[in-house]
Design a protein around this ligand. Structure first.
Ligand SMILES: Cc1ncc(COP(=O)(O)O)c(C=O)c1O
Length: 376
């Protein structure tokens, strides 16, 4: 069901992941997957392309019903369709949210390290990101430091907006309801809108349910959801911003005025994914669990490496600082294995391996990585 056979062809289609490094380097950066999409998505796209006319369409008629069924089934969450604002991408939604909710210019609270858009988002409204560190809990998960978060909300210049990444990239923690409740309570106490990027929500590998922030806090929570990571359709951007509070929703919609039309192909791909992509997703999750186990075994066998408990995502965030190798990322690339450099997240000495590839590719990548670190 998962087809990795065409991964090599990605270079000729200018894949950012496959053109990042030279041809002889196995590419493991950039968060997309090397497998072809689920058959129902391919079929929906082919049907729409075959029509041959690409004017302005309404979304497919069942779009909202399909989404609402997914939210109910996966997150035990009853969502009113009126709460959902579609936007052409998660990052554009983050920017719109900051413009909509900032009462700055001032500080916008965001985790650190985190996906690279987060620290940039506040700048657009003249705000700046106030990074809150992650801490390792007793289960080995890297989660937001809740005390530091509450402290940051007390900053005199704070702009009334906080950003969260759940599940977290990089690190892979999936927040529990009690953790989210504490964050939400702090936001309520400080009149702060909590904007939660939940693009990884449907790629939780451990047996824990994803909990949307807007479910925990309908008054202050904004949940940005999308099918683009889970079903590998990031090139067809579409995010669903769920805002139960009507006043916040109106402000958000105003901030998206002038945003581009969502393409008809993006609509058809996402709706087919949520409607018919369940069995494919189940196979994917099993494959990713197997890949995670390979990486975990690799890390466990080497005292110089460690990794936070990866509950979700397909991004292994490996702490290699104990190796004391300033040129580690460059050495890896020279040896034919290309992860992301932790320095891009402000943490040199970490590497981020995207393991949403075939098991053969991962095995070879780990052999090459071992050649770099075991020789020293
Ligand atoms: C946490 C997070 N948010 C947003 C994105 C990108 O979202 P989009 O391409 O829809 O803007 C990524 C991509 O890796 C991500 O990891």
């Amino acid at each position: 069901m998962l087809d990795f056979s065409r991964a090599d062809e990605r270079r000729q289609w200018n894949s950012k992941k496959w053109t990042r490094f030279a041809h002889d380097v196995l590419p493991l950066p950039v968060a997309d997957m090397d497998c072809a999409v689920a058959e129902p998505i391919q079929a929906a796209l082919e049907a729409r392309v075959a029509h041959g006319i690409f004017g302005y369409d309404h979304p497919p008629g069942d779009a909202m019903a399909v989404l609402i069924a997914h939210f109910a089934r996966e997150y035990d969450w009853t969502v009113d369709p009126a709460w959902i604002v579609p936007v052409a991408g998660v990052v554009p939604a983050q920017f719109a949210a900051n413009r909509a909710f900032s009462r700055g210019p001032g500080s916008v609270v965001a985790p650190n390290p985190v996906y690279h858009s987060f620290p940039r988002v506040p700048g657009i409204s003249g705000d700046h990101a106030l990074g809150v560190p992650m801490v390792t809990d007793e289960a080995g998960r890297d989660v937001l430091d809740a005390d530091a978060f509450e402290e940051a909300l007390r900053a005199p210049d704070h702009a009334g907006v906080a950003l969260l990444c759940n599940p977290h990239n990089p690190g892979g923690a999936a927040y529990r309801e009690a953790e989210l409740q504490r964050i939400a309570d702090a936001c309520a106490a400080h009149d702060t809108v909590m904007v939660s990027d939940e693009i990884w929500a449907d790629l939780v590998l451990d047996p824990v349910a994803h909990v949307p922030m807007a479910k925990v806090s309908p008054q202050w929570g904004v949940s940005i959801l999308a099918g683009t990571k889970t079903w590998n359709i990031a090139g067809l951007p579409l995010a669903f911003v769920v805002i139960p509070n009507p006043e916040l929703r109106a402000r958000f919609i105003k901030a998206t005025l002038g945003y581009p039309e969502i393409t008809n192909l993006a609509w058809h791909a996402s709706v087919a994914a949520y409607r018919d992509g369940g069995p494919w997703r189940a196979h994917l999750l099993q494959h990713l669990r197997d890949q995670r186990a390979r990486i975990q075994a690799f890390v466990d066998a080497r005292p110089g490496l460690s990794m936070p408990r990866l509950e979700a995502t397909y991004l292994a965030w490996i702490d290699c600082r104990a190796l004391n190798r300033a040129s580690l990322h460059g050495d890896c690339v020279a040896a034919g294995v290309g992860p992301d450099d932790g320095a891009a997240y402000g943490l040199p000495g970490y590497l981020r391996f995207n393991f949403a590839c075939s098991s053969d590719l991962l095995d070879e990548a780990l052999v090459r990585f071992a050649g770099v670190i075991d020789e020293a």
